[in-house]
Write a protein that binds this ligand. Structure first.
Ligand code: NI
Length: 174
């Protein structure tokens, strides 16, 4: 296991559609382990394979659903994911992206989604998510389609700009 380099804009891997995973063998398992390590080191709450320059449809997410910072975090590996049953309700929130350092974006996301995917062993899983977790899944699945937060943003802020305005905005890095 070794952390990988997170690529940033304008690297073109970030704006291309990634291919489905079909081989769950050793090199794929290493990729998933490396992505988990890279996400934790960053630190971030989510990371998609295109962010480490691998055009495959896999992302890792680690986040506690509860507000309490000490609540146990749950680790998800989603392979070839699809969003089913997105809620009609949308929520505007701030997010950051490890591939767009120095910026945060205000993005409208579905309040609740169900993610249908395979786990790292290729077995089907269904995850129901709401709030921040739902936002993270939508951000990561967008990465697999070459879509970035800035493509969907209502507004984009530089961190410098926010600091100058003395705004204390919490944004998740994903
Ligand atoms: Ni991102």
């Amino acid at each position: 296991m070794a952390p990988r380099t997170i690529i940033t804009l304008p690297n073109e891997t970030l704006t291309r559609k990634a291919r489905p995973v079909t081989d769950f063998g050793e090199s794929f398992q290493t990729l998933v382990d490396d992505m988990i390590e890279t996400m934790r080191l960053a630190p971030g709450v989510g990371l998609a394979a295109p962010q480490v320059d691998v055009p495959l449809r896999v992302a890792v997410v680690e986040f506690g659903q509860e507000e309490d910072e000490d609540a146990p975090k749950k680790l998800y590996t989603i392979v070839n994911p699809e969003i089913v049953r997105p809620s009609e309700e949308m929520i505007l929130g701030m997010e950051g992206c490890l591939s767009i350092p120095g910026f945060v974006a205000e993005v409208d996301r579905h309040a609740e989604v169900t993610v249908k995917a395979l786990n790292r062993r290729g077995q089907p899983v269904k995850i129901k998510a709401e709030g921040w977790l739902a936002r993270i899944f939508q951000h990561e699945i967008d990465h697999l389609n070459g879509i970035l937060m800035t493509d969907r943003a209502e507004r984009v802020f530089s961190l410098e700009e926010l600091e100058a305005e003395d705004e204390d905005e919490d944004a998740l890095e994903v």
